[in-house]
Design a protein around this ligand. Structure first.
Ligand SMILES: Cc1ncc(COP(=O)(O)O)c(C=O)c1O
Length: 396
C-alpha cells in the first residue's frame, strides 16, 4: 500500500469535514453556488480589516535588506516584542519577548508545544466536544489524546470529572476557549479551579502537568464576554493563538505561543519550542506576516458582523424548535440534533441543500455544528430548509 496504514486510518477518521466538502461540491454542480447553503467550514467570511491590505502593500514595496531572509526560529525580535507588549497591555501581566515564539498559526503552535513537551505515551487530556485535529497533533509527537466530557447543556468544564481523569500519564491538559465547536467561553471560576486541580495533581504525580490554552477565537466574543487568562491561575501554562480568525488571515499561517513567566524551566521550554519550529519543517513563521502583525496588535475584524449572524440564526432556529445554548464566542452554533442520530439529521439537512457537520465528528454526538462565518444570504436562504428539516424530523 502506498499510504502508511496509520495515515490511511487517519484519512478515514478525519473524513467528516472532507465528506461535507465533497458533498458540497457535488450539490453545487447540480444547484449552483447560490443553491447550496454551506455551514461546514470555519473559514472566516468577513474580509480582513483594510489596514491589513495597506500594510501588506507597504511591506511588499519595502527594499529593506533581509526582508525575506531566514531568521531566528522563534521569530523576529520586533514581532515577539510587539506580541509580548500587547499581552502585557491586555492582561496586565509582565511578559518578556523571550516568552513568545512566533508560529505558523495556532495549529503550528500546538504542534511545537506537543513536540516540546510530550514523551511517547504521554497523555493530553481535553474536554469534549473538541477540535478534531487535536488527536492527530498529539499522535504526531507520540502523545495520546484522552477526552473528558463537558457538562450539558452549556458545555462548561466538568471539573470533578477532569479531576478524576487526570492520571499519572497526563502531561498536558488542553482547553480551547472560545470553543470550536460549541462556542463556549469557560468562566474565570472554572479556570481558577482547574488551576488548583492541576497544582494538586502535579504534586500527587511528582511531575508538572502543563495547561495549554488554544485561543484562536479569543477576540471573537460577544455580550461583553471576556476570555480569562490562564497565566493568572496556573504557573505552568502556555497559550497558543493566531491571527487566523480575528484578522481573517487563516491562509497566511501566523500565530504565536506564549509561555507563562512563572513556568518552571521556562528558558528550556522556549528553546525547545524554537527548535521544534525548526525541525518540524516550519523553520519560522512567514517573514512578511511577522512584519505585518507588528503593527496590528489589538486590531480585529468587526465582531458585530458575526454577532448579528449568531443572533439571527439563534432566534430563527429557536423559533423552529431547535434546542441550543447561545454561544458567547467563536462563530459556531452547536444545537441538539432533533434526531438522536446526528448523522441521519445531517443527511436530512443535505436534502435541503444545507451542509453542516455532525457533532460526532467532534466527539459531541447528538448535536450538529453550524459554522455561521458565512454570507447573510446563505443564512437567509437556509432558514426555510432548517425549518422543514426540523418538521420532517418530527414527522410533520
Ligand atoms: C480550536 C482551533 N484550534 C486551532 C485551529 C487552527 O488555527 P490556525 O489556523 O490559527 O492554525 C483552529 C482552526 O479552525 C481551531 O478551530
Amino acid at each position: 500500500m502506498a499510504v502508511a496504514a496509520k495515515m490511511s486510518q487517519f484519512m478515514e477518521k478525519s473524513s467528516w469535514i472532507r465528506r461535507m466538502f465533497e458533498e458540497g461540491a457535488r450539490l453545487k454542480k447540480i444547484h449552483g453556488e447560490g443553491g447550496v447553503f454551506d455551514f461546514s467550514l470555519g473559514n472566516p467570511n468577513v474580509p480582513p480589516p483594510d489596514i491589513v491590505r495597506e500594510k501588506l502593500i507597504e511591506l511588499a514595496k519595502s527594499e529593506e535588506h533581509g526582508m525575506h531572509a531566514y531568521m531566528p526560529n522563534a521569530g523576529l525580535v520586533s514581532t515577539r516584542s510587539a506580541m509580548s507588549a500587547y499581552f502585557c497591555q491586555e492582561f496586565c501581566i509582565s511578559l518578556a519577548h523571550e516568552q513568545v515564539v512566533v508560529t505558523c498559526g495556532a495549529a503550528g503552535g500546538l504542534n511545537i508545544i506537543f513536540k516540546a513537551l510530550l514523551d511517547p505515551g504521554d497523555e493530553v487530556l481535553c474536554p469534549a466536544p473538541y477540535f478534531v485535529e487535536y488527536g492527530f497533533y498529539a499522535d504526531n509527537h507520540g502523545g495520546v489524546l484522552k477526552t473528558t466530557p463537558t457538562l450539558e447543556p452549556d458545555f462548561n468544564l466538568d471539573l470533578d470529572r477532569m479531576q478524576e481523569e487526570i492520571g499519572p500519564r497526563t502531561k498536558i491538559v488542553l482547553i480551547n476557549s472560545p470553543n470550536n465547536p460549541t462556542g463556549q467561553v469557560y468562566p474565570e471560576e472554572s479556570i481558577a479551579r482547574l488551576g488548583q486541580i492541576l497544582r494538586a495533581k502535579s504534586s500527587q504525580f511528582g511531575h508538572v502537568i502543563y495547561l495549554v490554552s488554544d485561543e484562536p477565537y479569543r477576540k471573537i466574543v460577544y455580550d461583553n464576554c471576556c476570555v480569562p487568562c490562564v497565566f493568572v491561575h496556573y504557573p505552568d501554562s502556555l497559550i497558543t493563538s493566531s491571527y487566523s480568525k480575528d484578522l481573517s488571515l487563516p491562509g497566511e499561517r501566523i500565530g504565536f505561543v506564549a509561555l507563562s513567566p512563572s513556568a518552571s524551566d521556562g528558558t528550556k521550554i522556549i528553546d525547545a519550542l524554537a527548535l521544534a519550529n525548526r525541525i518540524l519543517g516550519f523553520v519560522n513563521a512567514p517573514a512578511i506576516m511577522q512584519r505585518l502583525v507588528v503593527e496590528l496588535q489589538g486590531v480585529c475584524v468587526d465582531v458585530d458582523i458575526y454577532k448579528a449572524k449568531r443572533d439571527r440564526l439563534v432566534s430563527a432556529l429557536t423559533e423552529f424548535g431547535y434546542e441550543l445554548t447561545v454561544p458567547r464566542g467563536a462563530f459556531y452554533l452547536f444545537p441538539k440534533s432533533p434526531l438522536p442520530d446526528d448523522i441521519q439529521f445531517v443527511r436530512l439537512l443535505q436534502e435541503e441543500n444545507i451542509l453542516c457537520v455532525p457533532g460526532s465528528g467532534f466527539a459531541g454526538p447528538g448535536h450538529i455544528r453550524i459554522a455561521y462565518c458565512v454570507d447573510d444570504s446563505t443564512i437567509e436562504g437556509a432558514l426555510p430548509g432548517f425549518e422543514r428539516a426540523m418538521k420532517r424530523s418530527k414527522g410533520i
